[in-house]
Design a protein around this ligand. Structure first.
Ligand SMILES: *Cc1c(COP(=O)(O)O)cnc(C)c1O
Length: 402
């Protein structure tokens, strides 16, 4: 049941819609979602798709159709979620370092609110008392995740309210009568080690005694997906068994049932996505053979920003002799996608595909170098449809005052 798009399907999309183009495979999203729901079938569990990974409204609608809720980090993501047909209480608003007005807007819209600093918690408590249940984001100070840029639980992190400030949280809650409905942690991205989730859970259990009205514990995300051939993804089956067992034991002591919540972003949409580009030029230098493609970090910034590895394949000539290339973009800034990558021989005009490009791909794109953002296409039931047009020149001028 492993869902992928074939080279033929990808080439057909490239020919129909042009390149560069992002392509998303709906059934792959569903496959990932089913793996998660299946892993947690023995305990009431909700999955909030962390939509900052990919916010196209068509993707959000699809998420809704398969039963995922939505995690939003800005008021605009909340609005996109509502536009996609979500009900406010299916949306969790987890912003960071926003002013109180943005929180208030979330409250006006009736979404679930996850508060991540003491100042906001206090203002919220004064304004709403116990009338608007909230979730509190705790920083458990657990080291986790692929690298420092994507780790959010460490001591220097700006995220969450430190576990060491729990006395202060308790003071605010007691004084204002806040109704704390959930506790949340999110320690980072690309966590392979399941113990990290269990450690986080222990931290939550420890402080939960101060919050007798919890309905859920939100373990955030950080599920890893394989980028390289020999990479492993987070073992969600074992995670499901261990977390379920721990929470069920906790419930006995706590004498109340609590749901488990998660906020997967990358896990749901990374592998569904492909970025198809065209090889503009092959350039031999004294040191290397470059493939210069019609894209750059303006379309896919992860390699330059996170040192991320994306598998690349030549879909035009998958049987060609193996050669060693450095794959670069066409913008005037160093934008190397891959050094010393073995690809089937690339000729000018060939289509190359970046795999696992669904998460934080289009979403982090820009118009740097006055280049245009690519189109987005969704393939569902074997049919490809355009879900975002590519930029046109006028888009560059849209907000400029002429
Ligand atoms: C980014 C983010 C996520 C999703 O992280 P992934 O690594 O993409 O799964 C979940 N929760 C919060 C609060 C986030 O900021």
């Amino acid at each position: 049941m492993y869902q992928t798009l074939s080279n033929e399907q990808l080439i057909a999309v490239a020919n129909e819609f042009g390149t560069p183009v992002y392509v998303y495979h709906a059934e792959k999203i569903n496959e990932q979602f089913q793996k998660l729901t299946n892993a947690f079938k023995d305990h009431p569990t909700r999955f909030f798709y962390a939509c900052k990974a990919l916010t196209n409204v068509n993707i959000l609608k699809y998420m809704r159709s398969i039963g995922a809720y939505l995690d939003c980090v800005s008021i605009n993501e909340v609005k996109l979620g509502l536009l996609a047909g979500y009900k406010p209480d299916q949306l969790l608003f987890t912003p960071n370092c926003v002013d109180f007005n943005e929180i208030l807007k979330g409250a006006e819209l009736g979404v679930r609110i996850n508060i991540d600093n003491l100042s906001i918690l206090e203002q919220f408590g004064h304004k709403f008392g116990g009338s608007y249940p909230v979730c509190i984001r705790i920083n458990p100070h657990i080291e986790a995740g692929g690298n420092y840029k994507i780790s959010t639980g460490h001591i220097d992190s700006k995220f969450g309210i430190s576990i060491h400030q729990q006395r202060h949280i308790a003071r605010i809650v007691k004084t204002t009568g806040l109704h704390v409905q959930g506790l949340h942690i999110h320690t980072g991205s690309e966590i392979k080690d399941i113990d990290v989730f269990l450690q986080g859970l222990d931290v939550i259990f420890d402080i939960a005694t101060h919050f007798p009205g919890l309905d859920f514990i939100d373990l955030g995300s950080g599920f890893k997906v394989p980028y390289k051939d020999d990479d492993q993804e987070t073992d969600v089956i074992t995670l499901g068994q261990r977390v379920t067992k721990a929470v069920q034991e906790f419930e006995k002591e706590y004498q109340r049932s609590v749901e488990i919540w998660f906020e997967p972003g990358k896990y749901l949409v990374s592998e569904c996505g492909y970025l198809i580009v065209k090889a503009n030029v092959i350039k031999h230098t004294t040191a290397s053979v470059f493939v210069g493609v019609n894209s750059g970090f303006n379309h896919l910034i992860r390699p330059m920003f996170y040192d991320a590895y994306h598998r690349i394949s030549n879909i035009t000539d998958p049987g060609g002799a193996k050669r060693i290339y450095t794959v670069v973009g066409n913008i005037c800034e160093t934008d190397t996608f891959a050094w010393d990558r073995v690809l089937n021989e690339v000729r000018e005009g060939d289509f190359l595909v970046f795999h696992n490009a669904g998460a934080y791909g289009f979403e982090m794109s820009s118009n740097f170098n006055s280049r245009l953002k690519p189109a987005e296409v969704m393939v569902q039931d074997g049919k490809a449809r355009l879900i975002r047009k590519a930029d046109v020149f006028e888009d560059l001028l849209k907000n400029q005052v002429l």
